[in-house]
Design a protein around this ligand. Structure first.
Ligand code: HEC
Length: 127
């Protein structure tokens, strides 16, 4: 009787545990993809240290930060004219086509692949 109940619980838990293991494995994969893309595509111009460089503003905490607000970077008038904060949606739009987002912005780098943009934005949310 007891063995029977244990067997049933065991059978019920099996898929559940497998699903947990899968989702645990998937989370770092996302983060790794975002980090690798950031390193390859953005890090040359954008530090995550909190201090900007002449090539680009620091992107530490950029998600939900006010647009073009850092005092240690000289932004274009085009980006400074943008009102509001970097929501994930706006970041995605900027990375898809910087000039369509803010004509005259001094960033010309774009990411055409939607999944890559998503991974980069997710990574930035964690920084
Ligand atoms: C060749 C250099 C360069 C590369 C590569 C680059 N950027 Fe930029 N980025 C800039 C410059 C310059 C600005 C400032 C734009 C302005 O003032 O109009 C900027 C601005 C930004 C801003 C606005 C920051 C703020 O403080 O409002 C974000 C967000 C951003 N970049 C994200 C990225 C991401 C993500 C990548 C990689 C996919 C990337 N950039 C790649 C040069 C670059």
């Amino acid at each position: 009787m007891l063995a029977d109940i244990q067997g049933r619980i065991g059978r019920a838990m099996g898929p559940l545990l497998a699903a947990c293991a899968l989702s645990l494995a998937a989370a770092p994969a996302w983060a790794d993809a975002g980090r690798d893309l950031f390193e390859a595509q953005c890090a040359g111009c954008h530090p995550l240290s909190g201090h900007s460089i002449p090539d680009g503003p620091s992107l530490k905490g950029v998600v939900w930060r006010k647009i073009a607000v850092l005092r240690d970077f000289k932004y274009s008038a085009a980006l400074k004219a943008q009102v509001g904060t970097w929501s994930p949606q706006r970041l995605n739009a900027y990375l898809r086509n910087t000039q369509a987002f803010a004509a005259g912005t001094s960033m010309f780098w774009t990411i055409s692949d939607a999944d890559e943009r998503k991974a980069i934005v997710r990574y930035l949310e964690s920084q």
